[in-house]
Design a protein around this ligand. Structure first.
Ligand code: GDP
Length: 295
C-alpha cells in the first residue's frame, strides 16, 4: 500500500519525540528535519516539503505547545492538521450541473488509468441512482474504443461511440445522445499520449470548447511521483482542470503525488483509484488520508 515508507519514518521520528517528555525547540527542529527527509524520500516536491516543515515548526515551537503537558502529542496533532491542509482540507466533490446532463471530461496520459476510471466513475454514479453515459473520444487506438465498451458493459453503463471519426464531433454527438436519451451524466474518455504535447492539448481544448464540460478531471498515475505532479501542472496551465483522479494508490507508490498535487497546482484530488477492479474507487478525503499516513 502507498505511504508505507513515509508512515514508518514519521512514526520513528514521533516515537523519539514522545520518549522525551519535555521538549525543547531543538528537539522539535530535529524531528522536523526527519519529517522533511521522510517527505522527500516519499517523492514530495522539495519546495512543498520545505514549506510544510516551516509551517509546522512555526506552530510547534510556540510556548503553548512546548509547555503543554503532552508536547509530543501536540506536535503530532499539528503535523496531522497541516498534512490535511496540504491536501486541500475538505473533501472536494463533483459539481453536478443544475441542468443535466453533467458533462465530465476525462483527460490524461496514456496508461494513467483513464479508461478504467471512466468506467469506475460511471459505476459509482450509477450506484448513486444516476444514469451515466460513457463516450469514446479516444479515436487513435481502435483498441481504446473496444476497451471502453468492455469496461462499460462490466459496469452496466451504455457506451456511445462513432468509431475513429473526429473526436470533437463525437463529443458533440455524445452530448446530443445523452440529452435525447435522458442520461444525466456524460463521461468523455479522451485520447492519451505518452507525454504532454501540443496536438493532444489542442484537441482537448477543442473538445472543451465544443461541449463546455462541468468538470475537467485529469487522471494521473500516483506511481509516477513528481512526474504526476508536473503533468497536472501542465494540463492545468494549458487546459484548466477542476480536479485530479489519482490512480494506482494501491501499488507500492511512495505517495508523494498525493501530498503535492494540491499544493503545486491549486487543484484538488477528487478521487483515488485503489485497484484494477471497477469498484476500486474512493472519494479522496484529505483528513482520512493524513490519518492513514500518520498511522
Ligand atoms: P489509459 O491508457 O489511461 O486509458 O489507462 P487504462 O485504463 O487502460 O489503465 C492502464 C492500466 O492500469 C490497466 O492495466 C489498468 O488495469 C491499470 N489500472 C488502472 N487503474 C488502476 C489502479 O487504480 N490500480 C492499479 N493497480 N491498476 C490500475
Amino acid at each position: 500500500m502507498a505511504f508505507e515508507g513515509l508512515s514508518e519514518k514519521l512514526s520513528a521520528a514521533f516515537k523519539r519525540l514522545r520518549s522525551k517528555g519535555k521538549l525543547t525547540e531543538a528537539d522539535v527542529r530535529q524531528a522536523m528535519r526527519e519529517v522533511r527527509l521522510a517527505l522527500l524520500e516519499a517523492d514530495v516536491n522539495y519546495k512543498i516539503a520545505k514549506q510544510f516543515v516551516n509551517d509546522v515548526t512555526e506552530r510547534a515551537i510556540g510556548s503553548a505547545v512546548l509547555e503543554s503537558l503532552t508536547p509530543a502529542q501536540q506536535v503530532i496533532k499539528i503535523v496531522n492538521e497541516e498534512l490535511t491542509a496540504l491536501m486541500g482540507g475538505e473533501q472536494s466533490r463533483i459539481r453536478y450541473a443544475s441542468k443535466p446532463p453533467t458533462v465530465i471530461l476525462l483527460c490524461g496520459l496514456q496508461g494513467s488509468g483513464k479508461t478504467t476510471h471512466a468506467a469506475k466513475l460511471a459505476l459509482s454514479m450509477k450506484k448513486q441512482g444516476k444514469r451515466p453515459l460513457l463516450a469514446a473520444c479516444d479515436v487513435y487506438r481502435p483498441a481504446a474504443i473496444k476497451q471502453l465498451q468492455v469496461v462499460g458493459e462490466k459496469a452496466g453503463v451504455p457506451v456511445f461511440e462513432q468509431g475513429q471519426g473526429d473526436p470533437v464531433k463525437i463529443a458533440k454527438a455524445a452530448l446530443h445522445h445523452a440529452k435525447d436519451h435522458g442520461s444525466d451524466v456524460l463521461i468523455l474518455d479522451t485520447a492519451g499520449r505518452l507525454h504532454v504535447d501540443e496536438a493532444l492539448m489542442d484537441e482537448l481544448k477543442r473538445i472543451k470548447a465544443a461541449v463546455e464540460p462541468d468538470e475537467i478531471l485529469l487522471v494521473v498515475d500516483a506511481m509516477t511521483g513528481q512526474d504526476a505532479v508536473n503533468v497536472a501542472s501542465s494540463f492545468n496551465e494549458v487546459l484548466g482542470i477542476d480536479g485530479v483522479i489519482l490512480t494506482k494508490l494501491d501499488g507500492d507508490t511512495r505517495g508523494g503525488a498525493a501530498l503535492s498535487v494540491r499544493a503545486v497546482t491549486g487543484k484538488p484530488i477528487k478521487f483515488a483509484g485503489t485497484g484494477e477492479k471497477l469498484d476500486d474507487l474512493e472519494p479522496f478525503h484529505p483528513e482520512r488520508m493524513a490519518s492513514r499516513i500518520l498511522g
